[in-house]
Structure formats: structure tokens, C-alpha cells
Write a protein that binds this ligand. Structure first.
Ligand SMILES: NC(=O)c1ccc[n+]([C@@H]2O[C@H](COP(=O)([O-])OP(=O)(O)OC[C@H]3O[C@@H](n4cnc5c(N)ncnc54)[C@H](O)[C@@H]3O)[C@@H](O)[C@H]2O)c1
Length: 317
């Protein structure tokens, strides 16, 4: 089944942005919210936002017209989902609200409709319990702000029918996004990593090592500067896995078990995989890295040019 008609249940901040990008990709999208009036208000907001973003060059020419043409507001959840191929839920992150909404969706949707949740942290398997038949249910987690952040987590719970996942990935990719397929786990990948970083950042401030402002400076101007281009595995491969192993030893000595050398790293180093310098690493195989180094240097220099052009984020100390 090719996905065409989409229902977006919970047309707030995230749901609204997701609706805009599906509309720009050419899909008819029906918005539902807590009541008809809220859905209509959100529709008006999404159209005027799209016009503003197009005028600023943030949306391509023609995008605002597609939003206006393809978005509509429904009187109720039931009316929005009745004929939808794909139903994206983005209501508040409250299990009791999501539970009630999923029950209403299932009662009104076609049995062959795919139902997806945008939850940030709630396990998909837990949400699946609200449905009597959850094989066509999965997590499709857009990031904030949805129109502009390219990565989307696609999360399968134990009962998700894997055969429908490629259609969902294709749908999301048709909006220009990149997808990663994940197993269900609280916080998935994005928030588990992001919260680990925030937790350590707060501990650094609480320990009196640096101010919050200085932690933010170090984060965005050092390792964070690499992150638009490389994830932690590629960064470690380029730095040298033996170096990382040695650094973990120091961390473990001072911070204890929570910073112990991970087994996966130990095994690679013991097998002679030290990253790009020798034997290859987690994600970069052994071989000539001349092109990679040129890409990396160009990427960092160009990013600095963009930052110079944009200047300091307003209102951030
Ligand atoms: N804000 C973020 O940074 C972010 C990022 C990724 C994922 N998420 C997730 O996306 C979901 C929505 O978050 P948000 O930030 O857009 O919240 P939001 O408050 O902006 O939007 C929620 C919408 O759901 C509607 N709603 C509430 N109860 C409803 C009901 N019973 N029936 C229909 N609609 C109802 C609200 O009126 C509102 O329009 C949450 O699960 C959240 O965890 C949020």
C-alpha cells in the first residue's frame, strides 16, 4: 500500500511542523486536535508560519502554497483518521492522554492504516497496549523543530510488522529527512544520548568546575563542532581507539564504574582495530583517509564561516 492520505493527531508544536513537511512533500494532511476550534487555529498558524519561512528563504519557493493547499482541519480525531493511510500522533507527552487518543484512533481508523507515535521517551511497546491490534503501530520520532531538523527515529516495538517499515521510511524520506531504524527502548537513541550529556553538564556545574555558560561554549566550539558531520563512533575512529581506551582508564580511576572502559572498545583495541590510524574502527574501515581528512577540514572551515555570518545566538548568555 502506498501512503498518500495522512492524519496528524495533536497539531501543536511538533505535530504542526510534521504536518507542514508532509504537506510540502505533496500529501493531503488532515489535522485533529483536542477540539475543532484548536485544529482550525493550528491550521491558520501553520499556513502563516509557512508563508513567513518561505519569505525568509527557509522554505523553498512554492512550499507555503503546498501547505495551504494540502493541509485541512478536521472536526474531530474520528473524522481526521477515518480515511487515512498513515496516522501520526503528536499529542502531549502524557501516557493517559496518549492512551485515550490511541483508543479513539483505532476505533475510527481503517484496519490497514499505519499508526505512528512521536513520543520522545515513552516506550512504544507500552503505548501499543492501548491498541487491540498493534502490528501496524510504531514510533516515528521527529526532532524539534521538525521542519528543519533532518533526522527521524523509526522505532519498532516487539509486535510491529517489519514488512510495513520500508513504506514508513520511504514516506519520511520523501520529506527530505534521514531515518534510522531502532529497537524499542526508553528514550530511544536521541534522548538517551542528549540526556546523558545534559546530566554530565549539570554535574560539571554542580562540582564547580565551570559555569553553565562556559560548559555551553566548550560544547559547541570543541566536540560539538564536529557533530553535524560525524557521530561519536566516526570521531573516535579518527582520534584513535587506543587513545580512547587510555582516557577511559583515567576516567574510571577518578569517576568510578560509570566511566569504565566499554567492552566494545576494549575488544576492538585488543583485536588491533585502532581506528583510521591502523586496522579500522567502529564505522571507518582501514584504508586511505586523504579524502576524509580533506572533507573534514573543509566542513569545519565552512561551518566556522557560517557561524561568523550568523553571529551569536540572540538572547543566549
Ligand atoms: N517539543 C519538543 O521538543 C518535542 C520533540 C520531539 C518529540 N516531542 C513529542 O511530541 C509530542 C507533542 O509535543 P509538543 O511539544 O508538540 O506538544 P504541544 O503541547 O505543542 O502539542 C500537543 C498538542 O496535542 C493536543 N492535544 C492534547 N490533548 C489532546 C487530545 N486528547 N486529543 C487531541 N489533541 C490533543 C494539544 O492541544 C496540542 O495542540 C509529545 O509526545 C512530545 O514528547 C516533543
Amino acid at each position: 500500500m502506498a501512503i498518500n492520505k495522512i492524519a496528524l493527531v495533536g497539531a501543536g508544536y511538533m505535530g504542526g511542523g510534521i504536518a507542514q513537511i508532509f504537506a510540502i512533500a505533496g500529501h493531503p494532511v488532515t489535522l485533529a486536535d483536542a477540539d475543532a476550534e484548536t485544529a482550525r487555529r493550528n491550521l491558520d498558524r501553520l499556513i502563516s508560519e509557512a508563508r513567513d519561512w518561505q519569505a525568509r528563504g527557509l522554505f523553498q519557493p512554492g512550499a507555503a502554497a503546498l501547505v495551504e493547499q494540502n493541509l485541512s482541519a478536521a472536526e474531530s480525531i474520528e473524522a481526521a483518521v477515518a480515511d487515512a493511510d498513515y496516522i501520526q500522533e503528536a499529542v502531549s507527552e502524557k501516557p493517559e492522554v496518549k492512551d485515550q487518543v490511541f483508543r479513539r484512533i483505532e476505533a475510527a481508523a481503517r484496519p490497514d492504516a499505519i499508526i505512528a507515535s512521536n513520543t520522545s521517551t515513552l516506550p512504544i511497546g507500552g503505548l501499543a497496549k492501548s491498541l487491540t491490534k498493534a502490528d501496524r503501530f510504531l514510533g516515528v520520532h521527529f526532532s524539534n523543530p521538525a521542519p528543519f531538523i533532518p533526522g527521524v527515529e523509526v522505532i519498532l516495538h516487539e509486535g510491529t510488522d517489519e514488512s510495513l517499515v520500508p513504506q514508513v521510511e520511504e514516506l519520511v524520506q520523501s520529506t527530505g529527512k534521514l531515518t534510522a531504524r531502532l529497537k524499542d527502548s526508553p528514550g530511544f537513541v536521541l534522548n538517551r544520548l542528549q540526556y546523558a550529556l545534559l546530566k554530565e553538564a549539570i554535574s560539571i556545574v554542580d562540582d564547580g568546575v565551570a559555569s553553565a555558560e562556559d560548559v555551553d561554549i566548550i560544547t559547541r566550539t570543541t566536540f560539538g563542532f564536529r557533530l553535524p558531520f560525524f557521530g561519536p563512533f566516526a570521531i573516535a575512529d579518527m582520534a584513535g581507539l587506543d587513545i580512547y581506551r587510555d582516557c577511559f582508564r583515567t576516567f574510571e580511576e577518578h569517576y568510578g564504574e560509570r566511566f569504565a572502559t566499554p567492552e566494545g572498545l576494549k575488544k576492538l583495541v585488543e583485536a588491533g582495530h585502532l581506528g583510521t590510524k591502523s586496522g579500522g574502527g567502529f564505522v571507518i574501515p582501514a584504508g586511505d583517509t586523504t579524502d576524509l581528512i580533506t572533507y573534514r577540514n573543509t566542513a569545519y572551515a565552512r561551518l566556522q564561516q557560517l557561524l561568523n555570518e550568523l553571529g551569536q545566538a540572540p538572547g543566549v548568555k
